[in-house]
Design a protein around this ligand. Sequence first.
Ligand SMILES: NC(=O)C1=CN([C@@H]2O[C@H](COP(=O)(O)OP(=O)(O)OC[C@H]3O[C@@H](n4cnc5c(N)ncnc54)[C@H](OP(=O)(O)O)[C@@H]3O)[C@@H](O)[C@H]2O)C=CC1
Ligand SMILES: CC[C@](O)(C(C)=O)C(=O)O
Ligand SMILES: [Mg+2]
Ligand SMILES: [Mg+2]
Length: 325
Amino acid sequence: MTELKVLEGKKLTVIGYGSQGHAHTLNLKDLGMDLTVGLREGSKSWEEAEKAGVKVKKISEAVKDADVVMFLTPDEAQPAVYENHVKDNLKEGAYLGFAHGFNIHYKKIVPAGKVNVFMVAPKGPGHMVREIFEKGHGVPCLTAVYQDISGDTKEVADAWANGVGRKVGIIETTFKEETETDLFGEQAVLCGGVTELMQAGFDTLVEAGYNPEVAYFECVHEMKLIIDMVYEKGFAKMRDSISNTAEYGDYVTGKKIITDKTRETMKQVLGDIQNGQFAKEFIDETETGYKFMKGERSKYSDSKIEEVGSKMRQMVFKGSAKNHM
Ligand SMILES: NC(=O)C1=CN([C@@H]2O[C@H](COP(=O)(O)OP(=O)(O)OC[C@H]3O[C@@H](n4cnc5c(N)ncnc54)[C@H](OP(=O)(O)O)[C@@H]3O)[C@@H](O)[C@H]2O)C=CC1
Ligand SMILES: CC[C@](O)(C(C)=O)C(=O)O
Ligand SMILES: [Mg+2]
Ligand SMILES: [Mg+2]
C-alpha cells in the first residue's frame, strides 16, 4: 500500500487500547507497521494488548522518541493525560493525532507549537472498524490538520486513515466541522435519536397489549435489516424492497413522528454543541464521577427491552450471540 510509505520507518505510538485504540493498532499492525501502545501500568487493556502481540509501554515512555502519537483515550481523560504524560515527552516535529476534535476544538488541550496536530476520525465504532477491516473492507475516515510545522502533516493523516480504513475513502474536514457534526450525529440521530425511537415504538406496542417479543422484532431487531439496505443501496432501493403498503406508511407517518418541533429541537441541540454548552455539561458530568450516566446505564440494563432483546438474540444467534466488545 504505497500511501502508507510516509509512515514507514517512523516510530508510531497509540495511546489507549479501547474501542478505537485496538482497531487503529491492530489494523496498522496487520499492514506491517511497527507500533507501540502507551497505557497505564497494570490495567486490563495492558493485558489485552500484550495478548494480541502488541508492544506496550507506560504512556510517557511510549511518547518519548515517537514520531507519530495517536491519542485514543476517552475524550474526558485526554487533558490530564496530555498534561501529565504527553506534553513534555513529545519531541519537536512529532505528529499528534486525534480521532475526534473535542479537546482541540473546545481548547481543553492547547498543543505545544513545536508539534504537528492532525485528526483521523473513522466514521464508525472502533469494534466495527476492526471487524470490517478483518473482512477485507474498510470504514471511511475524516481527516483534518490543525497545526502543520513540518509541511507534510496532511500526508501523515492520509496515510494513517488509509491504513486504519483500508483506503475506502477519506473526506477532508476541519476540527470544528468534525467535532460539531460528530456530536450532533451521535446525539440526535445515530445513538440518542435511534434508541429513543426504538424504545418509544416498543413501549407503544407493549403498552397496547402486544407480545413484547413481537414488539422487539418489529421495532429493534428489524432495524438492522432495513438500515443495511440503506447503507448498501440508499433510501430508494430500500423503499423498492419493502411493500407498497410499508412505503405509503413510511411517507405518511414518518413526518408525523419527526415533526417540525423535532426539527426545531435538533437546531437547539446543534446550537448547544456550537456554543460549547454541551461540552461544559459533559465535563461537569464526568466531574461528578458520571453520576447521571451510571443511573441511566443501570436503568437501561434492567429494562424490559433489554430483557426481551437478550432472549431474542439467543434465539436468532442460536446461543452464540454476536459480541463485538
Ligand atoms: N468509540 C468509538 O468508536 C469512537 C471514538 N472516537 C474517539 O476516539 C477516542 C477514543 O475513544 P474510545 O476508543 O471510545 O475510548 P475508550 O473508552 O474505548 O478508551 C479506553 C482506553 O483508554 C484508556 N484510558 C482510559 N482512561 C485513561 C486515563 N485516565 N489514563 C490513561 N489511559 C486511560 C484505557 O486504559 P485502562 O485499561 O487503563 O482504563 C483504554 O485503553 C475519543 O477521542 C473518541 O471521541 C472517534 C470515533 C469513534
Ligand atoms: C456514533 C458515536 C461515535 O461518534 C462513533 C462511533 O462514531 C462515538 O463517539 O463513539
Ligand atoms: Mg462518530
Ligand atoms: Mg463521537
